[in-house]
Design a protein around this ligand. Structure first.
Ligand code: NAX
Length: 332
């Protein structure tokens, strides 16, 4: 069997981590032959809860799990890690302005970027889940100059999974028969869920989703609305934000980054923009990507309708504003 790799989950005492740690430790991400040492990072008030999580992981008797390292010190949490799931973030509290939330998180992700820079492996793959995920990933990468910025990404896979599931339900096909649904831009309500490149397997033949549906009004209306508001719908029903599905999406994201995508298939990831599709350069923007040898590449030359371009511009504008706000917090 291979040597164990070290994987860190931050926010390890929180609700997403509660599902995520089990999925990782079962081998869902790095493979059933890859032993793991799990680092669990949280903040001092959560130490007691963290102890409970460590007990439960032990009680799961998982064959791949060689060791668990609970800590509140980022320099211990990020030491020699090959993969990092940055889930922990300051939650939005009542009366908190968006700006206050951004400001608190910018500071957290600066500290974590600096710690990754000092002690993580230089080829570490960093997935930011904690919100505002895109801008947190940007800040984190900026404070880790010795790690290539291609190694930082933000999660929009939950939005992609939600979107694919909507299409599968609408067409009455299994989820495995839907592919290439795109999430563009920010993981926020301005995201653009786009099924125009989507494919669906019907009668053993891959067809375009638009042709199979024959209903463009749905794809440009209700479909987008449902996906954009799905997080709020889950909160309204569960009285808590998405956790199981967020954990599954984080596993899917890292799994595909680690193992690659099948030929002709693409997935959405928030990555540093090179200006593709008229997006602003140097913001973390969700694009369709293909992955080979652990390197992602933006899928180029997809046709974008004028409707789609308006949506892309809107989410781009928000990301540019978030970046400017983050920079002004860091300057102050
Ligand atoms: P919880 O509040 O249950 O857990 C967050 C955990 O992070 C807590 O244990 C907290 O103590 C810890 N934490 C706070 N600051 C920390 C720091 N500096 N270092 C380490 N740990 C720290 O939230 P949960 O439901 O698990 O959600 C976590 C984050 O994911 C939130 O920011 C949430 O908004 C975000 N989400 C992002 C999604 C995405 O698609 N990108 C979807 C799901 C989720 O809403």
């Amino acid at each position: 069997m291979a040597e164990p790799i070290r994987v860190v989950v931050t926010g390890a005492a929180g609700q997403i981590a509660y599902s995520l740690l089990y999925m990782i430790a079962r081998g869902e991400v790095f493979g059933k032959d890859q032993p793991l040492i799990l680092h669990l990072l949280d903040i001092p008030p959560m130490v007691g809860v963290l102890e409970g999580v460590v007990m439960e992981l032990s009680d799961c008797a998982l064959p791949l799990l060689r060791k668990v390292v609970p800590t509140t010190d980022p320099l211990v949490g990020f030491k020699d890690v090959s993969a990092a799931f940055l889930v922990g973030a300051m939650p939005r509290k009542e009366g908190m302005e968006r700006k206050d939330l951004l400001s608190a998180n910018v500071k957290i992700f600066k500290v974590q970027g600096e710690a990754l820079d000092k002690v993580a492996k230089k080829d570490v793959k960093v997935l930011v889940v904690g919100n505002p995920a895109n801008t947190n990933a940007l800040v984190c990468a900026n404070y880790a100059p010795s790690i290539p910025r291609e190694n930082f990404s933000a999660m929009t896979r939950l939005d992609q999974n939600r979107a694919s599931s909507q299409i599968a339900n609408k067409l009455g096909v299994p989820i495995t028969h839907v592919s290439n649904i795109i999430i563009w831009g920010n993981h926020s309500s301005t995201q653009y869920p786009d099924a125009s490149q989507g494919k669906v397997l019907i009668n053993n033949e891959w067809k375009s989703v638009a042709d199979a549906l024959g209903d463009n009004a749905y794809l440009e209306g209700q479909f987008i609305d449902t996906v954009q508001k799905r997080g709020a719908a889950v909160i309204a029903a569960r009285k808590m934000s998405s956790a199981m599905s967020a954990a599954k999406a984080a596993c899917d994201h890292m799994h595909d980054w680690w193992n690659g995508t099948a030929p002709g298939k693409f997935v959405s990831m928030g990555v540093f923009s090179d200006g593709s599709y008229n997006s602003p350069k140097d913001v973390v923007f969700s694009f369709p990507v293909e992955i080979k040898n652990k390197q992602w590449k933006i899928v180029e030359n997809l046709s974008v309708s004028s409707f789609g371009q308006t949506k892309l511009d809107l989410t781009a504008k928000e990301l540019q504003e978030e970046k400017n706000e983050a920079l002004s917090v860091l300057d102050s």
